[in-house]
Design a protein. Structure first.
Length: 584
């Protein structure tokens, strides 16, 4: 038996060398360690511990040794219906992932393709022929969690038919005097109504659901592309039952109606997990509910897809490659700041760096990044988390938001001690981040020493491609835009259609303003000059203001003049400095 193990180990080692994953001396070093006290560890475990190779490389080598295919598993190559063929407990205990089933052959991913007993058990439980694919444990585990999340996850695919809504007639029969809210909240019509609201919100790409009681009416509104629109008006008598159902799903106290409550719901829709953040606030006519929809599938973790102009994208990419310093993303709530940060982290993500985040809440899980969620009730605040995090040997730190003096000071210290720090602030423009950091108590000379870039952004609605048509904006508006960026051949707007709910807009894109302090501006920051002087100097140095970036998107037919005017503040000094820059 010992001879067989040694032969297999050498075979795996030789394959790793042949594949170019490790050097021969590294194999010999690992084998020596195994002989001298590491008898309980496999060769692959020792190689990974010493940083000689990765878990995926070990899996690729094992696949070659045992003559089975190797695959880097992710949810996209897995059939959700196939996962349920085997019992959940069996899959989790043995790290088995059913991938797909063709006729009577079941393809499964295993981390140990040599385990013939496990393969026999899979064959028995599934009553299928079994095809084995070798994959890394971490990939199998992450994919299993996607398709089989925690037990408190609600599956809401089986909902009311959107066309018929037959069961809604039963809702009218519920009287205003509800004595047992928990019982009523669990009845089929109430459950189906809440499921329908959640399902249709995700289907229509809503970011928030508002359930609002008035004196004798109840309305439900969705926020889509930054604007609220009314979805429906359920019977007013249903309000208490709807709120109670949501409280039950979010594990909140249904008897508490006088104090605000916050919670979360995890749902499965079409086999993909979606997080819902619930906020309940007592009002004059009953409790108002706002549900934030966090759909990871809608978050585009790619800088190219975020609307960056060519120069801004290249310059921003260059700044996030710095080994240390602070990069800030600023803008109002709902301007896509976290999406920009997530996209930057995805680009920086690699096996060679340790990336850690502190967020409230974690909106998108990224494989390979260590993400921590603050918990105010438990005393795990931003400052506490950051102090502990800096002892975790991070290379890159993402802070969800710099919201107080302590967080700002820790972020600056981290940047000055060799870490790249990414975070968000609420400011009106990019240079305003300097003023905000000073207001939070950070000395100007430390802001100057640590700040390497600030990007301000807004989200503007895109013209609906289904009903887009050319139009004349009028002489005044045409001259305004052409004063900013030169001649514009055609202007476009949406006339309204079913696809865009007759708004003329569908989807959103970001416009940006990138502020990169040079040596002159750093000296100005140290001298604590005014925000106006900083902005004027940045514009003279070539900073493109938000409205100019927006005008370029008008010229490209992506958005409209109305949208740019809606989200941008255009000052006289901006125009003056842009003209001065053009003349020079």
């Amino acid at each position: 038996m010992a001879k067989t193990q040694t032969t297999t180990r050498l075979q795996i080692g030789q394959v790793l060398v042949n594949l170019g994953f490790v050097e021969q001396h590294q194999i010999e070093e690992a084998l020596a360690s195994q002989r001298n006290g590491g008898h309980n560890k496999l060769l692959g475990e020792i190689l990974i511990e010493r940083g000689f190779c990765t878990e995926n490389q070990i899996s690729a080598a094992l696949a070659q040794v045992y003559d089975v295919p190797y695959a880097q598993i992710n949810p996209k190559i897995c059939d959700a219906n196939t996962v349920s063929i085997l019992p959940r407990e069996f899959l989790e205990e043995n790290m088995v992932l059913p991938l797909f089933k063709v006729d009577d052959t079941l393809t499964v991913a295993l981390s140990e393709p040599s385990n013939i007993f496990l393969v026999d058990e899979i064959r028995r439980l599934s009553s299928c022929h079994v095809q084995v694919v070798c994959a890394a444990v971490k990939d199998i585990q992450a994919t299993l969690q996607t398709f089989m999340p925690a037990a408190n996850v609600f599956v809401i695919d089986d909902i009311i038919d959107e066309k018929g809504l037959d069961d809604f007639s039963l809702i009218e029969n519920i009287t205003e005097d509800i004595t047992n809210l928990e019982e009523v909240a669990g009845q089929s019509p109430v459950v189906k109504l809440v499921n329908y609201l959640l399902f249709s919100a995700v289907h229509e790409n809503a970011s928030d659901i508002h359930i609002e009681p008035d004196e004798k009416k109840l309305r439900v509104r969705y926020r889509v592309d930054g604007r609220l629109f009314e979805k429906m008006r359920p019977p007013y008598q249903m309000h208490s039952a709807i709120v109670s159902r949501i409280k039950i799903m979010a594990d909140l106290d249904i008897a508490q109606r006088r104090l605000p409550q916050d919670g979360s719901i995890h749902v499965l829709m079409k086999s993909r997990p979606i997080d819902l953040r619930v906020s309940i606030m007592p009002g004059s006519f009953g409790e108002k509910v706002v549900i934030r929809v966090l759909d990871a599938n809608r978050i585009m973790l790619n800088l190219e897809s975020l609307g960056f102009g060519y120069d801004n994208l290249q310059n921003f990419r260059a700044q996030i490659q710095n080994p240390n310093g602070i990069v800030l993303v600023t803008g109002p709530t709902g301007s896509g700041k976290n999406t920009t940060l997530y996209s930057a982290l995805s680009e920086l993500n690699s096996e060679q760096v340790n990336i850690c985040t502190v967020e409230d809440p974690v909106e998108c899980n990224i494989t390979g990044i260590n993400q921590f969620e603050v918990n105010s009730i438990a005393g795990f605040e931003f400052t506490t988390a950051l102090r502990s995090l800096l002892r975790q040997d991070p290379d890159i730190v993402m802070i969800g938001e710099i919201r107080d003096a302590d967080t700002a000071k820790i972020a600056v210290q981290a940047a000055l001690t060799g870490h790249l720090v990414l975070s968000t602030l609420h400011t009106n423009d990019a240079p305003g981040a300097v003023t905000r950091m000073v207001d939070l108590g950070v000395p100007p000379y430390l802001v100057s020493a640590s700040l390497i870039a600030v990007i301000a952004q807004r989200l503007v609605r895109k013209v609906c491609t289904n009903c887009r048509e050319e139009y004349d904006p009028g002489l005044s508006l045409r001259k305004t835009v052409e004063k900013w960026i030169g001649g514009v051949e055609k202007f476009y707007k949406g006339i309204g259609c079913k696809k865009c709910r007759n708004t003329g807009y569908s989807g959103r894109i970001a416009i940006h303003e990138l502020f990169i302090p040079d040596e002159n501006i750093k000296e100005m920051i140290t001298e604590n000059v005014s925000h106006r002087k900083l902005r004027d100097t940045a514009l003279k140095n070539g900073m493109m203001p938000l409205y100019i970036d927006g005008a370029e998107k008008i010229k490209a037919g992506i958005t409209t003049i109305d949208e740019i005017i809606r989200v941008c503040t255009i000052g006289e000094s901006d125009d003056f400095n842009m003209k001065k820059k053009d003349k020079s």
